[in-house]
Design a protein around this ligand. Structure first.
Ligand code: SIN
Ligand code: CO
Length: 372
């Protein structure tokens, strides 16, 4: 396994002692950035309409929140202090950020969500709050003071545009410097204030609500269901209250509904599709100048392939799930496709025709490209 960001702690120890249990501060967790994203680059990304961004300010004792995209003139009007700009899904935009997110691959991809980057000058903060999800907060450049509290009982300020706790009683406090990282379990209150200009990389996790899973599963099941039979009542008798829904009718309809069943195979396929589905704002670019199959196959043989930064690929023993679509796997392609899903790339090599054809289809959709 590649180097993790957990310092001296092994992933096994982390999961056993901290994950979803208690906070952990790791000094100098990660400083090995191939390049540093500066504010100008982040601001440029926040000006794009295909990128989710937010601006949070605390001015005159009031919180304000604006959604992007932000024009350069809007950002020029910002003062020297007391604001934060946040850009979501940075792993879709910058290869080394995607690489950083996938260093958390000691947890399954079904749990990983995204890497968000925030930039704040001194005083910049999004206020004391908690999140419903686990988060790792990695400080990059500058210094931020973080205060945390296990007490999440106060409730949020009403009519504020963001979730800010009414009452926050810090139990622990640290100043995070470049490369330091703080892990927080779900619902752990935290309050970060920038002391000097810098960024926070938030590695976020996905934990769907029961209601969400049930609703989405029922949508999936609706497309899968194919039930025989039709309502019948050969024993019907004369009614003197024709508008009444009688018990016999309810019982017959109940019996019909009992035919709605599902098994583990349905649940597995639902998981594969739903958890690999791209987020709502994600679109894949199809380049105009696609290689033809022979040139693509030659490039894969020579250089291998790499998943697009936005692709989500999962698998089971039988199937591959790529960006919400299911593929029953040919046995001869299985090992290579599973490697591609796990490592997000395939090395150069001689691959058989059926694998190359599958890869070519994915390439045409923009889901992967030959490695450079
Ligand atoms: C920040 O980047 O300052 C806020 C991140 C968070 O609290 O989740
Ligand atoms: Co938070």
């Amino acid at each position: 396994m590649r180097k993790t960001l957990l310092g001296a702690i092994s992933p096994e120890e982390f999961l056993r002692d901290y994950w979803q249990k208690k906070p952990l501060l790791i000094r100098q967790a990660w400083t090995d950035f191939p390049e540093l994203i500066d504010y100008a680059r982040l601001a440029q990304l926040a000006s794009r309409d295909d990128v989710e961004s937010r601006l949070i300010e605390y001015k005159n004792q009031r919180w304000s929140m604006e959604n992007g995209p932000f024009s350069p003139s809007r950002l020029k009007r910002l003062g020297e202090t007391d604001w934060t700009i946040l850009v979501q899904n940075m792993n879709h935009l910058v290869p080394h950020i995607s690489d950083l997110l996938y260093r958390f691959n000691f947890l399954p991809y079904t749990r990983l969500d995204d890497l968000m980057i925030s930039y704040a000058p001194p005083g910049g903060t999004v206020g004391p709050h908690y999140d419903s999800y686990d988060v790792f907060l990695l400080q990059v450049g500058g210094q931020k003071r973080w205060q945390i509290s296990s007490d999440d009982a106060s409730g949020f300020i009403e009519d504020a545009p963001i979730r800010v706790l009414k009452d926050f009683n810090p139990e622990q406090e640290w100043v995070l410097e470049h490369g330091d990282m703080l892990y927080l379990p779900p619902k752990y209150a935290h309050y970060g204030v920038a002391l000097t200009p810098g960024m926070t990389y938030s590695i976020g996790f996905r934990a769907p609500k029961t209601q969400e899973i049930a609703t989405k599963f029922l949508e999936y099941l609706q497309d899968e269901l194919c039930l025989e039979g039709m309502y019948a009542d050969p024993d019907a008798t004369v009614t003197d209250a024709p508008a009444k829904i009688d018990a016999q009718f309810v019982s017959r309809i109940s019996q019909m509904l009992q035919k709605v069943t599902w098994d583990e195979k349905n649940v597995t396929e639902f998981i594969g599709r739903y958890f690999s589905e791209p987020k709502a704002h994600v679109f894949f670019d199809q380049t105009d100048e696609l290689l033809d199959f022979d040139d693509f196959a030659a490039a894969v043989t020579r250089h291998g392939v790499i998943l697009d930064l936005k692709s989500q690929m999962l698998y089971t023993d039988e199937c591959i799930y790529m960006n919400g679509e299911v593929l029953e796997c040919e046995p001869e392609s299985q090992a290579a496709l599973q490697t591609l899903a796990n490592t997000r790339q395939l090395a150069a090599g001689d691959y058989d025709e059926s694998l190359l054809e599958t890869l070519f289809t994915y390439y045409e959709y923009g889901y992967l490209t030959p490695s450079a």
